[in-house]
Design a protein around this ligand. Structure first.
Ligand SMILES: *Cc1c(COP(=O)(O)O)cnc(C)c1O
Length: 428
């Protein structure tokens, strides 16, 4: 969508909705009443299909008890593998390379426990200073477990402007003492997409393993992890994936690593036909399933079945295309309507660099967010000065994007935000 072809009118926004091939998916979601939801990149909304598959699993528990493991509508014993098969196209992997398991942070611990193998001079882990804190805490604790001081052994590549990372800076930091690189696919504040293929190639040229946190790209943009040779990746399924609060997460391991012993072993990582032999010798699965630990959280996995059916029908390429059009239209309207009010668009404007959300910077961001909430818009605040706004391809309309910008304009014109304090809430 070329911005010269855009118009700032409500009629035009409605026209974009009429032409949208994904518009009917919106009817499948429970949209919070009297509000415009712009926070689907923090917690995706419930769909009717996700609700249905959750109730189906509950019903199977009610009617079958223990037999749900093998005779349920979705037999529980290999459900994590089956969901892995459905997730695989979204990350560009073969079905055996993906498993639904754990949480983002637990999966990071599992993968670092497996793939961080310090040897000789190669003892450091390379990350970046803009990464999500939980990932940093996990890496620091992994270094401590191995007897290294995180203040010397965790390298955090600096951002030049506090928003973005330069691939060349990351590559320059891939020195001979680095054993492992862990980076986000998309930065959670600015929404910048990193060049995953380039970084993977450069790490491998230097004999370094590399893994990615895909929390802010899964379900929003396509990936080709397997083709790019990425060693491992992990992500949550409650953001763009709409799997519900605390939904079971996902992980990917490249097939070249199959057969490596998981750092954190548990019986659900067994070869499926060996698990109930109950031997004290662990026989890990020869797939990504090996990185499971204990019994899957079935009730937190269940909504994902229904949600993934929607992704299969919509197709990630069409989702990405609409997401880009939504954020492009958003940026256009912000420039048209809000340019006098001190906002800075802090996300990449270029399509190949832009993830799924708009990152608006403003010194009054915390109280503008409170004002937005009072006006029925649900944004997301990231301290100290970022308003994140995520129009979601499966359920946000262009008309809603138009309305959000009109509401923001009114808030700024009337200085409505001044009645709030400029501090964050407990859950921001
Ligand atoms: C949401 C998010 C997490 C959350 O981790 P949990 O273990 O699910 O709490 C981690 N990393 C990134 C980049 C995220 O966006």
């Amino acid at each position: 969508m070329n911005s010269t072809a855009l118009e700032p009118t409500l009629e035009f926004a409605r026209k974009l909705d009429q032409e949208d091939p994904l518009r009917h998916f919106r009817d499948e979601f429970y949209l919070p009443p009297n509000s415009i939801y712009m926070d689907g990149n923090s917690l995706g909304l419930l769909s009717k299909r996700a609700e249905k598959t959750l109730f189906t699993i509950l019903q199977d528990w009610k009617l079958l008890g223990i037999d749900g493991w093998t005779k349920g509508t979705y037999p529980w014993f290999d459900l994590s593998e089956k969901i892995g098969v459905m997730l695989a196209p979204l990350v560009g992997a073969s079905p055996e390379e993906v498993i639904a398991t754990g949480s983002t942070t637990v999966n990071l611990h599992q993968l670092v426990s497996t793939f961080y193998q310090p040897e000789g001079k190669r003892t450091k882990i390379l990350a970046d200073e803009l990464t999500f804190p939980s990932d940093i805490y996990a890496l620091q604790s992994q270094l401590r477990i191995h007897g290294y001081d995180p203040s010397t052994h965790l390298i955090r590549v600096k951002s030049r402007d506090g928003r973005f990372l330069e691939e060349e800076d990351i590559i320059a930091a891939m020195s001979e003492d680095v054993a492992l690189v862990v980076l986000p696919t998309v930065l959670y504040r600015s929404g910048q997409i990193l060049d995953i293929q380039l970084l993977t190639d450069e790490a491998h040229k230097r004999g370094i393993l590399i893994g990615f946190d895909a929390c802010h790209s899964i379900g929003a943009i396509p990936h080709s992890f397997s083709e790019w040779g990425v060693d491992f990746a992990f992500w949550c399924n409650y953001k763009y994936m709409n799997g519900g609060p605390g939904c079971v997460a996902g992980l990917y391991v490249h097939r070249k690593h199959f057969g490596s012993a998981p750092g954190l072993a548990g019986w659900f990582g067994s070869k499926k036909d060996k698990q109930f032999d109950m031997e004290h010798t662990f026989t890990p699965s020869l797939t990504a399933g090996a990185y499971q630990i204990g019994t899957p959280h079935l009730l937190s996995l269940a909504p994902l079945i229904g949600s993934l059916e929607i992704f299969q029908e919509a197709g990630i390429e069409r989702i990405r295309q609409k997401s880009l059009q939504l954020t492009n239209y958003f940026m256009y309207l912000i420039e048209q309507e809000l340019s006098h009010f001190g906002f800075i668009i802090g996300n990449p404007k270029d399509d190949v660099r832009r993830g799924g959300h708009i990152s608006l910077e403003h010194e009054e961001a915390a109280r503008i967010c409170k004002s937005l909430k009072e006006n029925g818009v649900i944004p997301d605040f990231r301290a100290p000065n970022i308003i994140r706004l995520a129009p979601i391809a499966l359920y946000t309309s262009y008309e809603e994007v138009w309305n959000v910008v009109q509401i923001m304009k009114k808030i700024m014109q009337e200085k409505q935000y001044k009645k709030f304090s400029n501090e964050r809430e407990v859950v921001a």
